[in-house]
Design a protein around this ligand. Sequence first.
Ligand code: GLU
Length: 309
Amino acid sequence: MSDEIQQHVDKAYAYAKTFCDEGHVADYIPALAEVDPLKFGMAVALPNGDYCCAGDGDEAFSIQSVSKVFTLALALKCLDDTIWDAVGREPSGSSFNSIVQLETECGKPRNPLINAGAIATTDRLINGGSAEDVVAQILTFMQQRAADPTVYIDDRVATSEAGSGARNRSLAHFMSAFGNLKHPVETSLSAYFCQCALAMSCRQLARAGLFLAFGGKDPVSGERVISAEHCRQINAVMLACGHYDNSGEFAFRVGMPGKSGVGGGILTIAPGRGAIAVWSPGLNQAGTSFVGSIALEHFTRAIGWSIFE
Ligand code: GLU
């Protein structure tokens, strides 16, 4: 079975690579602007512990907003349904860092996968403790999920984003004004910037997402990570909201729950089958990897892993 999947990975990789000079690297975070735009990797993690990889699938990159899926999982695990007091679960139809809905909706972000929603989620996760403690908790969670202690937070990327994060500061202050942040703005933001600066390879990211394809249970270790109900909720939110104002298009073309990051990574979940991660830094207008989405579309069509098959 993994030989057949590897062939599909190789074909999708070869096809998508021809588009590698399209898309634009995120440059509003200076450290991301330095990344080679021609990088391209892909990895599929399977429930028997096997992997199918291609290209730069073992090179660490900045996972950015893909981290929001994992902080949502942690928030549901630690705080249960109370997290939905802080964030909604409707698609925003707006860009990742939009502020407009926050005013009319009284500081409650539409969902946990837009920037405002992720900042509010991380704020709740701090839960009266320190930003450092929650960052350590997130890092440990990611190392465990990836089954790899080498997963790390790239301090240079975190510092670069903190130094250019006026937009996220605006979102955080706005939510704070409505009473929807429980900690000082800089405390919540410092944890948020660190989670976005997690550095992982496609192989590690796909492995980390595997529990979401198996009802909240890690199929390799057998560990129950989150409840089946929370797993269903996360996949639903990923499908509807994982790509900001490009979520409908991604669902239409790829047909799997997924989450993009402006570092060029995308994690997608094929329930009951596996988890797929791609990385190519050139982005489309909504901040989703241009080549990555082409590779995923090609792969899922060929192998029949769309949830609508
Ligand atoms: N750290 C990025 C930001 O807050 C994340 C955005 C993304 O990856 O989509 O702008």
